[in-house]
Design a protein around this ligand. Structure first.
Ligand code: ATP
Ligand code: MG
Length: 434
């Protein structure tokens, strides 16, 4: 045997039974987003590096140290694996003038890549489900997409998720606040860590986002952007809050919430849980009215969020909200390899009728004994065994044996059904089929 090749550190394989949880969650989210009128958009995983440098901002964690950037060795282009979804969606919107006939609501799902230290809830390839509403400026859209996320938690039966919300105001207000922040941090230079010192003049707002416990007290006392807001920004924020209240959605205003990316203005928010340890943010987003123009488009507002699929699944697991593993309706037991030509057409007909049928097949050791096949049938969780024995086949039939508990007072009866009419009796095995 040759030496094994393993997956890249921080990048995970997702195999059954976990993959069924992924599919289930994706379906639930898709159905919900569609009810709100959000439509799927799919953009490439590889983008020009410049898209993220310009879109996210040069002094962000992602651009400074987390990006998988590389040179295309065939033509020397500077490329990157996407670290997030918004920049790509906005690029596509600008490139194809997708707003030509009015505002658009999009959602996407897929892998993102960041070179971070892998730990629980933090991976180098991770998955996001995100939404972006483009061309819509009002606070009602901020509220709409926050509501969507809140609906999702409710539908999934998730608890202990708190909505934190803040406003970053508009560029002029941020500039005034920035000056106040720089002055404040200059006064306390000795308490700044290396990261903060480096950011003091480039991106002081990001110092507020520090995860360094030693700086928490300092950051707590820092000047608040809320105190530098003009009437328009204040009104936008107050309306978002009022619209959440009108729907009974609880939130906590967190003046220190700044988000990691440069493109945000006005509303920013995070849904945070205490059930997952340090990696507690399950969904985050905000308004990014400057981004479309920044990426060369005709100015248009935007607002969106992205949720971390791994973290939502971990939370579903912690709160025991994952669905039971899917089971086949029937398991086909085939004692003799000579029977395949009779068996396969029957199974095909059952599947065409909508049944999930798992077929016993031979391994390198050959075809297992009847007894071993029955064991497998049982372990599969199937409700019925279909027994294609020599006697049954000689009569043109298959024996159907219930494997699961029967209603009280009834015995698990084995019945014979004609091979030739599989589509007709398929419904017996799955009454829910239409
Ligand atoms: P954090 O502060 O945890 O690094 P972030 O601000 O970098 O998060 P965003 O860019 O807002 O995260 O991404 C949105 C969501 O994607 C996060 O709230 C989180 O649920 C998820 N996420 C971000 N980075 C990772 C990662 N490396 N592994 C798993 N999930 C992640
Ligand atoms: Mg991060």
């Amino acid at each position: 045997m040759s030496e094994r090749i393993t997956a890249v550190k921080g990048m995970n394989d997702i195999a059954p039974p976990q993959s069924a949880h992924w599919e289930w969650l994706e379906q639930r989210v898709r159905a919900l987003l569609q009810r709100y009128g959000y439509r799927n958009i799919r953009t490439p995983i590889v983008e020009p590096l410049a898209l993220f440098v310009r879109g996210l901002g040069e002094v962000t964690d992602i651009v400074e140290k987390e990006m998988y950037a590389f040179e295309d060795r065939l033509n020397g282009e500077q490329l990157a694996l996407r670290p997030e979804g918004t920049a790509g969606v906005v690029r596509a919107v600008v490139e194809h003038a997708l707003l030509y006939d009015g505002p658009k609501r999009f959602y996407y799902m897929g892998p993102m890549f960041r070179h971070e230290r892998p730990q629980r809830g933090r991976y180098r390839q991770f998955h996001q489900i995100g939404v972006e509403a483009l061309g819509l400026a009002g606070p009602e859209v901020d509220a709409e997409l926050i509501t969507m996320a809140a609906d999702l938690w409710q539908q999934l039966g998730l608890e202990d998720i708190v909505l934190e919300i803040n406003t970053l105001g508009q560029p002029a207000e941020r500039a005034a606040h920035r000056q106040a922040l720089i002055a404040y941090f200059e006064q306390h230079r000795d308490q700044l860590d290396e990261d903060a010192r480096r950011r003091l003049y480039t991106n002081p707002l990001r110092i507020l986002d520090t995860k360094n416990p030693a700086m928490q007290a300092l950051v707590e006392q820092a000047p608040r952007l809320l105190d530098h807001l003009g009437a328009t920004s204040r009104a936008h924020f107050e309306t978002v809050c009022a619209l959440l209240q009108a729907q009974g959605i609880a939130y906590r205003v967190n003046p220190r919430l700044v988000r990691g990316l440069d493109y945000y203005q006005h509303t920013v928010f995070e849904f945070v849980t205490t059930s997952l340890g340090a990696q507690g943010t399950v969904c985050a987003g905000g308004r990014y009215d400057g981004l479309v123009a920044e990426l060369g488009g005709k100015p248009a507002p935007g607002v969106g969020w992205a949720m971390g699929v791994e973290r939502i699944l971990a939370l579903l697991e912690a709160q025991q909200r994952l669905p039971a593993a899917p089971v086949p309706d029937a398991y086909a037991i085939v004692p003799d390899a000579a029977a395949w030509a009779q068996v396969l057409p029957v199974l095909r007909a059952l599947r065409q009728a909508g049944l999930q049928v798992l077929m016993h097949a031979s391994t390198p050791d050959g075809l297992a004994s009847m007894k071993a096949q029955f064991k497998k049938a049982d372990a599969s969780g199937a409700r019925y065994a279909l027994i294609f024995g020599a006697d049954e086949l000689a009569q043109g039939s298959v024996a159907i044996k219930p494997l699961r508990a029967q209603p009280e007072g009834t015995v698990a009866q084995q019945v014979l059904r004609p091979l030739a009419q599989a589509q007709q009796w398929a419904r017996e095995l799955a009454p829910t089929l239409t």
